[in-house]
Design a protein around this ligand. Structure first.
Ligand code: G3P
Ligand code: MG
Length: 343
């Protein structure tokens, strides 16, 4: 009976906890598995002493693919099922913007994948930089535009339509072309190419970025520059050309709106797993980037765990944004330590 009691007590405690995983640098490096990532998910999906599921969601600044395509890919790499209901990419909350704008420029990502993402979010009229280059190649003087790109573009006369907002969804694959087109649009009269506004501010269209990470861990030995570096470059160019600061909106970690969104996703995922409504209490965020995962988690009141498998390569803890639950060699150590504390 005593054993039974301890078991039910632990099951009750599990119902109050959940994990939030960063993906790159914690569970995978690009498309390469971090072995402890699979081990952790096996455990949380039921391979544990209680034989029950421990709820967890994924909160990544990654981007560039529809949610379903990315979760299917990650499920294969991690050899564990991942549902879109427990998955947030940097641009996922941007789906709410679809109702505010008709024609938008969507920047970044491989090929035309981000056009697909935007379509899925319900954006009605989606322009990508290649549509503009196909219409007027001289807009990007150094761009070599392939026949294949031309064939899959949707050119039109962009002097006859207003682009109402710019959405940077993912990393630019061609900084020169994308920056040129973005600056042209930001300086235009209400997003009409071929015009230059007299006042740089009042007729400027808004620009949104899906995340602000400076660096991203990849297969390369040192982290690579990411969307935050692209944005800073763009801001500096814009300021030099116009004399005014660029106002912009940034989504993703560590922005509070993203954590609030994640909090709602945790609550509904916990309800799916446990079959009862609970207010998420003991939440553990496991991340590798102090400047995004940890600072945001700390501000939002979560327990934060910093791992050494990604961006963070420092000493005992990060000096500017220390993880409040501790620093761990890898994700397995972090999760098992948290479970020992809670259960
Ligand atoms: O910085 C870009 C992105 O790939 C980082 O992803 O999963 O570490 O938030 P993640
Ligand atoms: Mg990461």
């Amino acid at each position: 009976d005593r054993v039974q009691d301890i078991h039910s007590e632990k099951v009750e405690k599990v119902k109050n906890m959940s994990f939030v995983f960063d993906i790159d640098g914690v569970l995978v490096h690009g498309d390469r598995l971090i072995p402890e990532g699979k081990k952790v998910l096996d455990m949380l999906n039921g391979d544990n002493e209680l034989g029950i599921k421990i709820p967890h969601i994924f909160l990544t600044n990654g981007s560039g693919k529809p949610e379903l395509a990315r979760t299917e890919q990650l499920s294969k790499i991690l050899q564990n099922p991942i549902s879109t209901d427990q998955f947030i990419q940097s641009h996922t909350p941007m789906r709410a913007l679809a109702e505010y704008y008709n024609t938008v420029l969507v920047v970044g990502g491989e090929g035309y994948k981000c056009r697909e993402v935007a379509e899925e979010y319900g954006f009605k009229d989606i322009v990508v930089p290649n549509d503009i280059v196909a219409w007027d190649p001289s807009i990007a003087p150094y761009r070599v535009f392939t026949e294949e790109e031309r064939a899959t573009s949707r050119p039109r006369d962009f002097t006859k339509c207003n682009i109402e907002a710019i959405m940077v969804f993912s990393d630019s694959r061609d900084y020169a072309t994308d920056m040129q087109i973005i600056v042209d649009l930001l300086r235009s009269e209400n997003g009409r190419l071929g015009t230059v506004a007299k006042d740089p501010v009042s007729q400027r269209i808004p620009i949104y970025f899906s995340q602000g990470d400076l660096l991203c861990p990849t297969e390369h030995p040192t982290p690579r520059m990411s969307q935050g570096a692209f944005r800073i470059g763009l801001e500096a160019m814009y300021k030099a050309l116009t004399g005014v600061d660029l106002e912009r909106v940034v989504y993703g970690k560590p922005e509070m709106a993203t954590y609030k969104y994640a909090d709602e996703v945790i609550a509904s995922w916990m309800e799916q797993i446990h079959g009862e409504e609970k207010i998420p209490q003991n939440i553990y965020m496991i991340g590798d980037n102090p400047a995004s995962d940890i600072v945001g988690g700390n501000l939002y009141g979560w327990n934060t765990c910093l791992v050494r498998t990604g961006v963070f390569q420092g000493g005992e803890n990060d000096e500017e944004n220390p993880a409040n639950f501790g620093v761990f060699t890898n994700v397995w150590e972090a999760v098992t330590t948290a479970c020992r504390k809670e259960l």
